[in-house]
Design a binder for this molecule. Sequence first.
Ligand SMILES: CC(=O)SCCNC(=O)CCNC(=O)[C@H](O)C(C)(C)COP(=O)(O)OP(=O)(O)OC[C@H]1O[C@@H](n2cnc3c(N)ncnc32)[C@H](O)[C@@H]1OP(=O)(O)O
Ligand SMILES: CCCC(=O)O
Length: 443
Amino acid sequence: MDYTEEYKRKLVTPEEAVKVVKSGDWVEYGSFSGSAVVLDKALAARKDELWDVKIRNCTRSTGTPEVAKVDPTREHFTYIGLQFSGYERKLSDQGLCSYMPLVYHELPKYYREYMDVDVAMIPVAPMDKFGYFNFGPQVSHTMAICEKAKKIILEVNPNIPRCFGQEEVIHISKVDHIIETDYPIAEIPGAVPNDIDKKIASIIMEQLEDGSCLQLGIGGMPNAVGEMIADSDLKDLGIHTEMFVDSMVEMVEKGRVTGARKNIDKYKIVATFALGTQKTYEFINYNPMVLLMPVNYTNDPAVIGRLDKFVSINNCIDVDLFGQINSESSGTRQISGTGGSICFALGAFRSNGGKGFICMTSSFSKGGKLFSRIRPTLETGSAVTIHRGMAPSIVTEYGIATLKGKSLWERAAALINIAHPDFREELIKSAQDMGIWRQSNKR
Ligand SMILES: CC(=O)SCCNC(=O)CCNC(=O)[C@H](O)C(C)(C)COP(=O)(O)OP(=O)(O)OC[C@H]1O[C@@H](n2cnc3c(N)ncnc32)[C@H](O)[C@@H]1OP(=O)(O)O
Ligand SMILES: CCCC(=O)O
């Protein structure tokens, strides 16, 4: 069947396409490097005729949204982030972006059963001969959005790679309008690891073995681990991850990753989205080794738990002496989001031989002053991202504190043992004051 006529019939200008949005609507902009750009501008231009339009986006990586810029009152447009990128963090600091809490593997079900979507605006790769458009590097929860949307507008862009997977394409018959664009896909290089990141990465390296199956989170430290793995002599590693990144391309190209020992999806790299530079986007483009799967599969702790020797490596902001982990806020300041941190903490625990690591530098500087990331209690307003009972091992440049099966005083001792030496005495004092210190505890 030839879909050219249908394509022509649905092809409109961005200004025509956004006319479907009405006051009071819920609009979706997609996620990551697949967040609407041209349709955003066209919608922002309608500001004066629209009221109370709510726009959701997940970790927008394609620049500050115009809808938020043009309406500082938020009477016309209210912008919501499901996990803040730097753009959204800055908007939130100005009161122009609201956060929506979530557990990432649950997100598609929120759309299917709890949330309204009036208009979905989704960037996609050009249509194939069967009438399908590929979602590119962000499969994530995109199909769930489209299933729920009353109207779907596609922002077609030839620079978006096409990926194999599941729920990775949408058929033209489901689409209301198409617009054509050709802006370059947003490139987000991995954070450059510093010396402390490298020290933490070297501690993690000792925990890896041939056949380990890896998940690496966002930030400088996981990137350092990725680079060290690429340069190691580890064999037959697997990758089952939320985010696919540049350092994983290197791991494959240097022969570290085969997926040969994976219990499921053998020989395949599985991810739910990819965010990196052109190197990543070229690598995933119709690469039969890579499967982009919906997040309710990749991040389901039951699925992760089926993979033996699963090693999860994520970052956090700070941890308290009870083992409560905050990966997303600083007091009431929302920094990022829960994302997949709970999913991988639970999944790695279920895996035979699995290991979950939450990493952080032991301290950080602000205004020329040093602060400990291991705190007596979390700051008022800070989110508990990972409940203390679920907490996996915490890693700093001073070592690993394993918290599973430890009482409160044992946890306090283990955590103080990996705290920056400048803060250990005052942490012991706090632990004593809070009644979670045993006199015979030694550092
Ligand atoms: C994609 C995946 O990660 S999959 C894994 C599962 N998902 C998660 O773990 C999600 C939650 N985790 C995260 O979002 C990240 O790992 C983070 C935020 C914890 C760390 O990410 P990084 O990129 O290393 O953080 P980075 O050092 O750039 O800091 C981000 C912001 O937090 C601020 N920040 C970091 N640590 C602190 C702290 N202890 N106190 C106050 N603010 C802090 C920084 O100043 C920066 O803010 P700015 O942009 O206004 O300057
Ligand atoms: C949307 C989630 C991304 C993350 O886990 O950081």
